[in-house]
Design a protein. Structure first.
Length: 548
């Protein structure tokens, strides 16, 4: 490279004009013009380098996407790196993401991966203009990093190496090719055909990468699409069809959510960057570990079992006090206990370690499955086949336990083991191995900070102590005495209970309202404030209401 030294021309200009002040002025002017030109040229080189880097990176990602059509979505470079990033995300950051982005946290992460790749690719493209070999090697290294991220995912096989490796190779080749074209194009002797070649090469590759990238992604979505298979599932008729709960399970208060959470509004929490799409035709559930008779069942066999409907509230350990990560649904499932009995659980085995197709592991107490509660393998919620994001074709549910220790979606493996010998996904990340749902209550109406008119104000909300049942809800206004709220009719001890309270003669001004519940064992919800980690937040939900 015949790069000029920065400032070289200015130096010469100053030398030659030192004797003549007027000439010096003129020279300085032309010197600053030259400096501007040089700056513009430098900017141009950086811009070209960055452009070449971005196009090379894009071409690499597109190739990765195309290869992933064969090896599966989770092996595509961005998904693999994003999934790996999730797995190393420290618990505080994960909590931060849940708090600030909620269910959009994955979209934010994926955007973050794209931005990081883009910045690195652009920088690499600039580097390539002076250090082409190093830059190409770096590109290949990116590919290797992606491949390692992919192949170390728990659900990976060796073919997962391919998308990122080939992506890195493709990006390195494109980088070399376009950088050489670009350097030729910017030589002083360059002909206009050189410039044309560079532009055509860059734009053509960019367009090709966009088409291949989007096309590959669409192809993946189509190839691994399970909506047809999902539509074809004929739900078994439950042994006893549950009647609808009475209308009185829901206090008729405007703004209070329904008793059953509509599936479309049901919260979603999982570590999957892209929703696993599991074909029920090839789905199998393996039951093994500390059992006498390990066995495997297909989806068809599963459907031939006895099915039951059960109303149950599911909640997340990461739900903050007063938070939204709780939902209530009617589930259709086959009881889990008979399956464990058929396998014959060994004495001393106390943990059921379940694994999903994406490699997520969840540990549940064997006792909670066998003690008579309605632990089940669910295939439908609210009368419809499970949506893919809620675990199609099959998920586990155990009443009374937080989702991270019971509600494995896309479950395919049940390993009977011990808490002493096995860790589930969240355990080394600071969460308790065992986590029963804590008694919780929430004020839903009015919203925190809302202004309401004086007179009688209706308060309403939701409270749950899943599996222990809910016995009472009380509200406290401005630190006064606790007053008993009106509980709506109970459905099952495994569902939440909604409540309301007629707050009469409310004076104008700002008021503080608190809520607490008592569970079916008579234990009052604790006022001690605790964070979500390690086993669920506690404290009383408190809101401020402006009365005018
Ligand atoms: N495969 C898999 N299953 C999972 C999880 C997950 O990350 N992966 N998250 C669990 C957690 S933390 C909760 S709270 C529930 C949430 O279920 P939902 O998304 O259907 O509401 O699923 C559980 N099952
Ligand atoms: Mo959760």
């Amino acid at each position: 490279m015949s790069e000029q030294q920065p400032g070289g021309m200015q130096g010469r200009a100053a030398d030659s004009s030192a004797a003549d002040p007027e000439a010096e002025d003129a020279q300085q002017e032309s010197g600053s013009t030259t400096a501007k030109m040089r700056l513009a040229a430098l900017g141009g080189r950086i811009a070209r380098g960055a452009l070449v880097g971005l196009v090379a990176g894009g071409a690499g990602l597109a190739v990765g996407e195309l290869v992933a059509v064969a090896t599966g979505e989770a092996s595509s470079p961005v998904v693999a790196v994003g999934t790996w990033a999730i797995s190393i995300t420290p618990t505080w950051l994960e909590q931060f993401a849940i708090r600030n982005f909620g269910s959009n946290d994955k979209a934010v992460l994926q955007a973050g991966v794209y931005v990081t790749v883009a910045l690195a690719a652009a920088a690499d493209g600039v580097l390539a203009r002076t250090r082409l070999t190093i830059a190409s090697l770096l590109t290949a290294v990116f590919g290797v990093v992606g491949a390692i991220a992919a192949v170390t995912r728990p659900a990976a096989n060796t073919s997962w190496l391919l998308p990122s490796l080939l992506a890195g190779l493709a990006a390195a080749l494109v980088l070399r090719w376009l950088t050489i074209l670009s350097l030729k194009e910017s030589e002083p002797s360059a002909e206009s055909s050189g410039r044309r070649r560079f532009l055509l090469g860059t734009l053509g590759t960019a367009a090709g990468a966009l088409v291949a990238g989007y096309g590959g992604n669409a192809w993946i979505k189509k190839r691994y699409n399970v909506s047809d298979a999902r539509a074809k599932v004929v739900l078994p008729v439950p042994e006893t069809v549950l009647p609808e709960p009475p209308a009185s399970v829901h206090p008729d208060v405007e703004g209070l959510g329904p008793f059953f959470t509509p599936t479309s509004q049901f919260y979603r929490v999982d570590t999957a960057l892209t929703v696993p799409r599991v074909d029920p035709g090839s789905w199998k559930l393996k039951i093994h570990g500390m059992v006498d008779r390990p066995f495997e069942i297909t989806f068809e066999e599963l459907l031939s079992y006895r099915f039951e409907e059960h109303d149950m509230t599911l909640t997340c350990v990461s739900n903050p006090v007063g938070g939204p990560y709780v939902g209530n649904a009617r589930w259709l499932g086959t009881p889990l206990a008979p399956l464990l009995r058929r396998a014959g659980v060994h004495r001393g085995a106390d943990m059921l370690l379940s694994t999903s197709t994406d490699g997520m592991t969840i540990g549940s107490p064997v006792e909670a499955v066998l003690d008579g509660r309605q632990a089940m393998l669910a295939i439908a919620m609210n009368g419809e086949v499970l949506p893919t994001k809620h675990g199609f074709p099959c998920r586990m549910l155990i009443p009374g336990l937080y989702g991270f220790v019971s509600a494995t979606k896309w479950v395919t493996d049940l390993n009977v083991t011990t808490f002493a010998s096995s860790d589930a996904y969240w355990t080394p990340r600071g969460y308790s191995p065992q986590a029963p749902v804590k008694t919780a209550s929430r004020i839903d109406v009015p919203a925190n900070g809302a202004t309401v008119s004086a007179g009688t104000v209706v308060l309403a909300g939701t409270a749950w102590a899943t599996h222990r049942g809910l016995a009472a809800v009380e509200v406290q206004i401005d630190n006064g005495a606790w007053r008993e709220a009106m509980l709506a009719t109970a459905d099952t001890p495994d569902t939440w209970r909604q409540w309301s309270y007629q707050w009469a003669n409310v004076p104008k001004g700002s008021h503080k309202v608190k809520v607490r519940a008592t569970d079916g064992t008579g234990t009052v919800q604790t006022s001690a404030v605790q964070d979500m980690v390690p086993n669920g937040a506690t404290g009383y939900h408190t809101i401020t209401v402006q009365v005018s």
